[in-house]
Design a protein around this ligand. Structure first.
Ligand SMILES: NC(=O)c1ccc[n+]([C@@H]2O[C@H](COP(=O)([O-])OP(=O)(O)OC[C@H]3O[C@@H](n4cnc5c(N)ncnc54)[C@H](O)[C@@H]3O)[C@@H](O)[C@H]2O)c1
Length: 258
């Protein structure tokens, strides 16, 4: 991917199933130097073990709860002190309370709505602000992870659908604003993968099996397929692409019904 050493910040590894972990492995394999921002102490040991299992020895690890004032900016500061340059940012962070991911959307609480949007959508904005400063005239690229519920009704996704719609809008708005500086911003809309976040959605198992039976490819996607598409969008191979949502979903989104 890179002809000279490039640097990336990845937000959102919780465990080996995390989409962000798949992307991290691919970036490392492409020779990219990494800063990994993890949610907090609870995740640190697991992350250390994962890195050891993959032979990634030189990643900079920085705790970051995106709801904490200044925490996101601190990751970029630490990254620049350590590595001195930044080319790529991966946003793979989302959260909604379990009770907001079942039942009626009309029951969404004010707090639950705010929290889901703060963590899953707003968090991209301070990342973009910091990336703009760090990337300078060289430009770079950012990606965020979305889901079809941003565009269509998926029962139980409720407030996460609203947050993903806000995230996809932010991707377009940021692509417009950062484009003149050569910074591209895109999203991947992934099909279901069995991660901690996904298992929080009521009825997820039914969605997962429907994809295997009824999508054009008649199977679920893999973590590696999302990672491959992510590395493509981040790389210069995608130099003319910005503000887009790329579906990695076995073709589910082209269907009128299943
Ligand atoms: N798994 C799927 O089916 C699927 C499909 C489409 C999109 N996505 C999206 O992919 C992204 C990654 O999710 P995943 O499926 O890999 O699950 P995951 O649970 O492995 O990753 C979610 C990450 O968000 C982090 N996070 C949550 N709250 C945070 C906070 N306050 N501060 C910092 N980090 C916080 C968690 O620590 C975790 O690392 C999410 O945006 C998710 O919505 C997932």
């Amino acid at each position: 991917m890179a002809t000279q050493t490039q640097h990336a910040i990845v937000f959102g590894i919780a465990n080996k199933r995390s989409i962000a972990w798949g992307v991290t492995r691919k970036l490392h394999a492409a020779g990219i130097k990494l800063t990994l921002a993890y949610q907090g102490e609870r995740f640190e040991r697991a992350l250390g073990k994962l890195l050891a299992s993959e032979g990634i020895e030189d990643a900079l690890l920085v705790p970051c709860d995106v709801t904490e004032e200044g925490a996101t900016e601190a990751v970029f500061d630490r990254h620049m002190e350590h590595w001195g340059a930044l080319r790529h940012v991966v946003h793979s962070v989302a959260f909604a309370r379990r009770e907001e991911l079942e039942g009626n959307f009309t029951d969404t609480s004010r707090e639950g709505y705010s929290l889901a949007h703060e963590i899953s959508a707003y968090s991209l904005i301070p990342m973009a602000r910091a990336a703009k400063k760090c990337m300078g005239e060289e430009g770079g690229s950012m990606i965020a992870m979305s889901y079809l519920a941003a565009q269509r009704v998926v029962p139980n996704y409720n407030v996460m659908g609203s947050a993903k719609a806000a995230l996809e809008h932010a991707v377009r708005q940021l692509a417009f604003e950062l484009g003149p500086q050569g910074i591209r911003v895109n999203a991947i809309s992934a099909g279901p993968l069995q991660t901690v976040s996904a298992r929080g959605v009521s009825g997820f198992a039914d969605i997962y099996s429907a994809y295997a039976e009824k999508t054009p490819l008649r199977r679920n996607i893999t973590q590696e397929e999302v990672a491959n598409a992510s590395v493509f969008l981040l790389s210069d191979e995608a130099s003319g692409i910005t503000g887009q949502v790329l579906y990695v979903d076995s073709g589910f989104s082209i269907m009128a019904s299943l």
